[in-house]
Design a protein around this ligand. Sequence first.
Ligand code: ADP
Ligand code: MG
Ligand code: MG
Length: 900
Amino acid sequence: MTNFIHPFSFGDREQSDLLGGKGANLAEMVKIGLPVPPGFTITTEACRAFLADGKIPETLPVQLENALKNLERELNKEFDNPSKPLLVSVRSGAKFSMPGMMETVLNVGMTPQVAEAMGKQSGNPKFAWDCYRRFVDMYGRIVCGVPSEEFQKITTRVLSQFDASLVTDLDIDGLKALTEGFIKETEAVTGEHFPSDPREHLAKSVEAVFHSWNSERAQLYRQRERIPSDLGTAVNVQSMVFGNLDDQSGTGVAFTRNPATGEIGSYGDYLVSAQGEDVVAGIRNTMSLADLAIELPRIHAELEDAMVKLEAHYRDLCDIEFTVEKGKLWILQTRVGKRTAEAAFRIAVQLVDEEKISIDEALVRVTGDQLVHLMFPQFDLRGHVNEIARGIPASPGAAVGEVVFDSKKAYEVSKNGRKVILVRRETSPEDLAGMVASQGILTSRGGKTSHAAVVARGMGKTAVCGTESITVDQSGGFFTVGGRSVYAGEVISIDGSTGAVYLGEIPVVASPVTTYLEGLLDSKSEEASAVVKAVDRLLTHADSIRRLQVRANADTPEDAIKARILGGQGVGLCRTEHMFLGPRRSYVERLVLAENVDVQRGVIAEMEFLQRADFVGIMMAMSGLPVTIRLLDPPLHEFLPPLAELTAQIARSEALHEEIPARDFAVFAAVQRMHESNPMLGLRGVRLGILIPELYKMQVRALVHALLEVRKLGHDPRPEVMIPLVATQRELLYLRESLEEEIGLTFKGTGQLEKIPIGTMIETPRAAITAERLGIYADFFSFGTNDLTQLTWAFSRDDVESSFLPRYLDLELLPFNPFESLDQAGVGILVKNATDQARSLRSDFKLGVCGEHGGDPTSIHFFDKIGLDYVSCSPFRVPVARLESGRAVALKMVKEISSL
Ligand code: ADP
Ligand code: MG
Ligand code: MG
């Protein structure tokens, strides 16, 4: 028979799988001798069995009865015995904390008889009837499913009847009337008598907690937080302590440090004569822990002791729930507390200074995502702010703009130079143009994987999603929140790092962490804030232990300079096509239109000149560090006007009998000729280099000349040439020979001759599978994980992210977006396979990654594990990659130490 129930004296915090987070931590607190009201935990396994079979496991009732008997014996109290009544709470607690998402029923065991007797024994009948009222209230709503609004109506009615403004003001008759009202309503809803047997109350409450795992809001929350839906919740049955007994009683919450700022010193709220959630409900004013120290100094001292003990034990910020009953302190819950990014960095280094954790552990405690949050510009909240709602922070940043409700409007208003925020219930592919035109996106529905969130992150736009407190009336042109309406044209500010939505314009300030990372603020100086100092310490440590080098993807000298300042150790990807987009697009157009080889040569010569200047700037910025130049890659059509546009233009001119310039015809003909139905799989990358050999030759000539120029200026250029989209050994060999020859020829006559390393991208599945063969002719490999992901999945990133990918994520058909984080189980196998092949060829084969995954925390850990030499990412993410590369090493060390 499976044992579904364990007393709190069993287990510890490692067992959150089985006991849930709350249960595991209750057991841990019992173990270290903190005052915890006794009780027992029904395991998550029981819940899973319940969810699978749709009914309580057969043996559970007997086990529950036995556990209850043991508890009665331990406390010398009895269920349903008015002379020595046992009351319990029935609490939910899953492995991962899901605050407020599931249910808890307090004061189970209460009956009118018990209330009567408890009133006499305690000398405070009002307290006893208050407990009964609370029980009926929770039981009615949670177990019997009465809508809260109905109880709310009854409360309002009874309060006015008794001329009271708060429930706490009601006298005994008032409380009884209120409870009676709840019971009648419950009976009306269920069509049954309100049960009077506490054992039935207990069993039904347990079942209701199991059920609450699948409540709509719990499901939504899990979907957003990516918590698996099959874990189930544990149920903690705990003997009650009463914070509502008298004014020597109360209940509170506390943190061992400030979770918002990371400030040292405990922090919390206490409410006299209260029970359960009263303290966070905000109906009555709470007192601070400092005030508690004055009112109840002994309790306060005990609480501080408990917090010191907890921190020493958990070696981290803890958050706790406590209750004082008649001057005795009880701890009801603890967990390692959630915190802001700022607090995470500050607390981690504080704990090092207090010798509670090692610097490696401190590094493990912060994340690249937290660093990203600290790097974005922030709202200056010091002035008057009006926060009107809080949604899910879906894509970081601080955006201010006029409210618009549709995409077209967003586009029009922004064209006039005004800033807009697109507000919608949710977005769809039709909203793309509007999203591009907006500063940020605010939606009332959807979570971190909704269309709005996925697309915003892809575009680097600020987004707040799932802001359920707002109701969007698109056609009316306004949204409502908390009884007020915000109309199109009004200005709002949204914070994609916290999810906050403010009415009006909030000033935006540069992030001090970014100022520091850019070398404009000395971390040792007085102006450097505590968080800047903390980031500096942890990043410096990460740099000192990491194995992976961090390079940047930079196409311009400006980007290269920025990357170097942010700690980039070279350029891992310089995309040369970017040098021929925008105003320089006409060069490629002329190249394609060239009627003969001479004209083509002429255009190429002009291009070479431009190309050289770019290379000079980048290699100067990266003097002494490697710069990987990728030869032209994109499909030619990207440089030419779109076919549809040209077709329409020509047709219109013809219809109007306008004269069509010969050049327009030529462009049209060329575009038609080059049109591909699937350009991503067409003439691009190495294929282009083979079809127009002069192009790549021009690029390496420009590179050699640039190298010589940079050297003459006294710098140390270290270029590498990279060939894109190779699929077969012969392509690589063919090009390598022709490029080596061209490099040799260019050097010739300058009196200098040297080799420039020539490598290839691994971005087609075939290249990854046959890496060993390619490796013979490549001086290095760089994994182009963007294309490799597209080609492995047969997903075109731009298309799928704005169409079906969000749906896939919502249905959990995909656990995450494979363009944001490397698909280790699929694409990762290809990368690993190619890595192993390359290293079996030459053990020091140089390997890097230059897809966007190079800046993604989870992917970086994977690249470290399989032994790549470097990751390369956008300059902005270089600090994140430095931190995460260090964390990958620190994590290993911390794990090794703890397993000793
Ligand atoms: P949640 O997980 O939503 O925080 P809890 O199970 O922690 O729900 O319970 C809700 C409230 O009831 C908390 O304030 C908790 O401290 C209080 N509470 C739970 N069990 C007891 C108990 N045995 N005695 C007194 N208060 C309790
Ligand atoms: Mg709680
Ligand atoms: Mg590519």
